[in-house]
Design a protein. Structure first.
Length: 175
């Protein structure tokens, strides 16, 4: 009878390790934001897709005007080679929908929540979304560009939200 507790204990440990392995296998990506010409905006944004489909987005962006708001979008091409960031193309919009506010359809898959800089010119990114994915599916953002814009997004002007020039660009690199 002493084998049952030992067996149960071994199964518990195996189940716990399997749970940890699932977390370690969740797809991740990182975008290192670099300033465009004339800008000082930099940052790093991390993406983690959970098995339940939500993508956790976290990061920090600095060099923004203090107490300002900025449009923040995923763009269709993973190309930040042009000094003004225009090589990233337009907003990532695989379903050909209207531009809008994140979480309030209609919206592009690339429409992210606006950035809000604090008094030091730093914005913290921390939210979850099911509007994007990593590694597979129509809304896969891997190898696309992440852009910080100069102005707030008005959520209505098509197709860009009138968010202005591109202050920083980074390619979303799978890890």
């Amino acid at each position: 009878m002493t084998t049952y507790p030992l067996l149960l204990s071994s199964l518990t440990v195996a189940a716990a390790l399997a749970g940890c392995a699932g977390v370690l296998n969740d797809p991740t990506a990182t975008a290192e934001l670099k300033p465009t010409t004339g800008s000082t905006v930099t940052g790093k944004v991390h993406f983690l897709q959970h098995k339940h489909g939500m993508v956790k987005v976290t990061g920090q962006i600095s060099g923004l005007k203090p107490n300002s708001e900025h449009g923040f979008h995923i763009h269709e091409k993973g190309d930040c080679s042009n000094p003004d960031g225009t090589s990233a193309g337009g907003h990532f919009n695989p379903e050909n929908t209207a531009h809008g506010k994140h979480g309030h359809p209609p919206q592009h898959a690339g429409d992210l929540p606006s950035l809000h800089a604090n008094a030091s010119g730093m914005a913290v990114v921390n939210y979850e979304t099911n509007q994007i994915s990593l590694g597979s599916g129509t809304n896969n953002i891997a190898n696309r560009a992440l852009i910080v814009h100069a102005d707030p997004d008005d959520y209505t002007t098509q197709p860009t939200g009138n968010a202005g020039a591109r202050l920083a660009c980074g390619v979303i690199q799978p890890q």
